[in-house]
Design a protein around this ligand. Structure first.
Ligand code: GAR
Length: 194
């Protein structure tokens, strides 16, 4: 199973997945990291792990369609089976979705459908919610609306700061995402062998 990971920022989820692959807990190969932000720290993480990096921005193209067509071309060239979004802060458009239907997975730092969008942790914290969590889901054409694969909740204690909640969420993400991906890949490999 050839995997492409898309990320835009720090890359701690990318790192957790890469370590699970290296340890043999995920039966796949990370063929490439795609990053839409040339200064993102995730690029350094990939270099340190000797994982090939491709980086360009939609701003380098005339339209989102052309940006995604370029990406699609690269993904097809690399014979990618599954796209894993790990802090990729863009909406996937129809150019990629049509070809990779049910083959794009995302992690989101809230219990969807609550608090979709770019600030899942902060929005939950500021709402006064006492429970939030992590959701892993297939990507569809909405914003964090695709079919849910797994969720795990976490309590927001009365004396928690935003940073405390972020720390708790990330700890869950780094364990849950590799576990869920391992299971999905195992299931898909079983289906393609039968
Ligand atoms: C993660 O918390 C992930 O759930 C979130 O971005 C963070 C990336 O952290 N994704 C979204 O908010 C998507 N809407 P990382 O770069 O350290 O993996």
């Amino acid at each position: 199973m050839r995997l492409a990971i898309f990320a835009s920022g720090n890359g701690s989820n990318f790192q957790a997945i890469a370590e699970a692959v290296k340890a043999g807990r995920i039966q796949g190969e990370i063929s490439l990291l795609f990053c839409d932000k040339k200064e993102a720290y995730v690029i350094q993480r990939a270099k340190d792990l000797s994982i090939p990096v491709i980086s360009f921005s939609p701003k380098d193209f005339e339209s989102k369609e052309i940006y995604e067509a370029e990406l699609l071309h690269l993904l097809e060239e690399e014979q990618i089976d599954l796209i894993i979004l790990a802090g990729y802060m863009r909406i996937i458009g129809p150019t990629l979705l049509e070809v990779f239907s049910n083959k794009i997975i995302n992690i989101h730092p809230s219990l969807l459908p609550d608090f979709p969008g770019l600030r899942g942790i902060k929005d939950a914290f500021e709402s006064g919610a006492t429970t939030t969590g992590v959701t892993i889901h297939y990507v569809d054409d909405g914003v964090d609306t695709g079919p849910i694969i797994a969720q795990q909740s976490v309590e927001i204690e009365a004396d928690d700061t935003l940073a405390d909640v972020e720390t708790k969420i990330h700890a869950i993400e780094h364990k849950l995402y590799p576990e869920v991906l391992a299971q999905i890949i195992k299931t898909q490999q079983g289906e393609s062998c039968s």
